[in-house]
Design a protein around this ligand. Structure first.
Ligand SMILES: [Zn+2]
Length: 490
């Protein structure tokens, strides 16, 4: 047996204790992930949530022991801003979401966290948490923007550029609450473009973090350093579930932004940005990632685990990059004025709001040319395939309802992507069919260009094999009629 060198014994003990504490908390965080379905707030199912959707939930927590609910402000259009506080600890943590009205992922996660807190599960862990910390949540800071699912508030300003001028009641409320709590930690919860990827990879930046800078020099003091360490911890947990899909948001100092100022005012501030995730348009998977990451940080603040983490690991998180498309097609042959060229196409399916809780897609060619440094949620190589413009179906239909009678497989295989309809519904802009509906005035675009709607066929050896209609790719051997994303083009 090797003789123990007692000179190093205390250090070995510290190392063992630290690693076992980390291992234990890791296991706990994984438990949170596994048990998430029982905490999911089932009344919130999609991103277009509004102030009225939250009120019954907030009313419920007014009655719940341990929850302190106070109206702390009012939006320009008169909607209530509520602060929900839980705990008795002396460390104050302030979390606010949806300062941008169309960024609701974390708002949904906050109500999942409330269900976790009010459940009878994890009692011992929660008792320890609330002895050490008091949590203060301000969900949906910009309810007027959320009402119409837009970034800006009713004044038409970006609340996140109002930290100094403080013209918006939403921004004033945020500042007043931060100051009155003298919060030790702050969580600034947002959504970012789904087209961000983690630098030098094809992975979407599903979650991006930032410990905002508090000056142009981007200095790191203890306040910012603690935010960085908490991010290191959250990143470590997320990597187990979405390896390579975590990035770091740009850290240029923005003197008008809240995150930067709140860091400056002495609250260790963490920005969490929910980006994109394959096949998760309503961000329900990303919501779950928020639930886990935020809770892991809150427990880490409580047991002070984060202090043992290496701040240098923060710098190792890749930066956000902006190189993703929804669909990337490469190696296409494209004919222009009698000559053939090779083109890659980057296509994005842009969401267009259509009334209260609905949207449809109007796709665009986001870029064309050599796109070898870009990536796609879906990427396919079409070397050897020729782009063939779609044409208009020879039969003119009376009403759009008559499209139901068409066999779309043979329509598309015949090279027809447009169907002319006499009576086009006035206020509608999209259809539930895999073809575009057009009026008599419609002209097929002469060529592909950035910003144009991608609708064409891919032909090999004289045979049409694939269709792209409004940016959605369909294999004509196995046509998926569930793709119902045609537009009405006048
Ligand atoms: Zn935002």
């Amino acid at each position: 047996m090797k003789k123990v060198n007692f000179k190093y014994f205390p250090f070995i003990m510290i190392a063992l204790l630290t690693s076992s504490a980390v291992a234990q908390s890791d296991e706990f965080v994984q438990q949170l992930w596994k048990t998430y379905p029982q905490f999911k707030e089932e009344s919130l199912t999609q991103r277009r949530i509004q102030h009225q959707d939250l009120q019954p939930l907030i009313e419920k927590y007014k009655q719940q022991p341990g929850f302190n609910v106070h109206q702390v402000g009012t939006s320009i259009e008169g909607r209530s801003l509520n602060l929900i506080s839980i705990g008795t600890g002396k460390t104050n943590v302030f979390l606010w979401s949806q300062m941008h009205g169309d960024e609701s992922t974390a708002t949904m996660a906050i109500f999942d966290i409330f269900n976790f807190i009010s459940s009878d599960k994890f009692k011992v862990e929660k008792a320890a948490l609330f002895k050490n910390v008091t949590l203060h949540f301000l969900p949906m800071l910009n309810p007027d923007g959320a009402e119409v699912f837009q970034r800006r508030n009713a004044l038409g300003i970006d609340v996140n550029r109002d930290a100094l001028r403080l013209q918006s009641p939403e921004g004033k409320t945020l500042k007043r609450i931060r100051d009155s709590l003298a919060a030790d930690f702050g969580f600034n919860l947002h959504d970012q473009s789904k087209y961000y990827n983690a630098e030098a990879s094809a992975n979407p930046a599903t979650i991006s973090f930032l410990a905002p800078a508090y000056n142009y020099e981007k200095d790191v003091n203890d306040v910012r350093g603690n935010a960085m360490k908490l991010i290191v911890g959250m990143n470590r947990e997320l990597q187990k579930i979405i390896p390579g899909q975590v990035a770091k948001y740009n850290d240029d100092f923005e003197p008008r932004a809240f995150g930067d100022n709140i860091q400056k005012w002495g609250t260790s501030t963490i920005l969490i940005e929910s980006g994109g995730f394959l096949n998760d348009p309503e961000k329900q998977e990303i919501r779950k990632l928020n639930f886990m990451a935020i809770l892991s940080a809150l427990f880490s603040i409580s047991n002070q685990d984060y202090k043992t983490l290496d701040i240098n690991d923060y710098e190792k998180i890749p930066e956000n990059d902006s190189k993703l498309f929804d669909l990337k097609l490469t190696g296409l042959q494209y004919e222009l004025l009698g000559k053939t060229y090779i083109l890659d196409l980057g296509i994005n399916n842009l969401e267009i709001s259509n009334g209260k809780n609905e949207y449809y897609y109007r796709s665009q060619i986001a870029d064309q040319g050599d796109l070898s440094t870009n990536h796609g949620y879906k990427a396919m190589d079409f070397a050897g395939y020729k782009i063939k413009p779609g044409v208009i179906y020879p039969e003119i239909l009376e009403n759009s309802k008559d499209l139901e009678k068409l066999d779309f497989s043979s329509v598309l295989s015949g090279g027809y992507s447009y169907v002319q309809v006499k009576n086009i519904p006035k206020d509608e802009n999209h259809t539930n069919y895999p073809v575009q509906i057009v009026s008599a005035d419609f002209k097929i675009p002469a060529q592909l260009s950035v910003g144009s709607n991608p609708t064409f066929f891919l032909e090999k050896d004289g045979k049409v094999e694939f269709a792209v209609v409004n940016g959605f790719l369909m294999d004509l051997k196995d046509i998926d009629i569930s793709i119902k994303n045609g537009l009405i083009l006048r």
